[in-house]
Ligand binder design. Sequence first.
Ligand SMILES: Nc1ncnc2c1ncn2[C@@H]1O[C@H](COP(=O)(O)OP(=O)(O)OP(=O)(O)O)[C@@H](O)[C@H]1O
Length: 259
Amino acid sequence: MSQEQEPLLTIESLTAGYQDEDVLQDISFRVAAGEFISIVAPNGTGKSTLLKCITSVLPLRHGKVFLHGRPANSYGPRDFARQVAVVGEEENAFAFSAEQLVFMGRFPHIPRFAQPSAIDRALVQEAMDNVGMWHKRRAKLHELSQGERQKVMIARALTQSPQLLLLDEPTSHLDIANQYAVLGLVKKLAAERNIAVIAVLHDINLALRFSSRLILLKQGRLLADGSPGEVLTPDMLETLYGMKFALLRDGDICCVQPR
Ligand SMILES: Nc1ncnc2c1ncn2[C@@H]1O[C@H](COP(=O)(O)OP(=O)(O)OP(=O)(O)O)[C@@H](O)[C@H]1O
């Protein structure tokens, strides 16, 4: 992030955990509007925990999280939801149709006791069209496949018009074509709308392809923070995962394979 940019999100010396264990220790980084950051780390390192700290679901033990320079936990839920959207763990909203669920993304923007406007309805249709789910709008959540549900959740988050989009393994149920289509869409819309994205991704090649910046975590600490080219070296990946990797190039495309 360049020095001139006002940080949208600032994380300062964050330590957090559960019971008697500090899962994350002394994590600091800043996020500017328009950045696409992927968090890459082995299972159980604390990636989801980090997102929970940003959304104040989990209180910090030490450190601070600021959104627009103000403590993130000082925002009310509606105010926070106007700025931050989350695609994460499975929801239990099975009684709702896909369209109703995506509509919920507009709730923080609709004044209390007011009816949704034509613009709200158009945003819902546009987001569902964008992820190819408008034709399934009447289906209840339980009638959708896991991949379709993931696309609905992404449509809801886009409908929310956030400034910061938090994605926790958003493509884990998508086939390879849909993974690239959905992340490509998120990246395009984020660039057009100046949205910052923080995505937890296990697929290093997706992280390489879509991120402007990567943050690697190891044993609860920040191991590396930089551009994909700087950070994703075979040595760094070996430090992270304890196995050897090769970096393969084909023109502009770069990918990582275990040796
Ligand atoms: N509610 C909880 N209570 C106690 N421990 C928890 C809780 N949630 C997570 N943990 C522990 O915190 C650690 C980090 O979990 P977290 O879900 O943040 O990891 P992660 O990096 O997202 O993992 P994964 O890649 O497997 O999804 C794990 O050891 C986990 O067992």
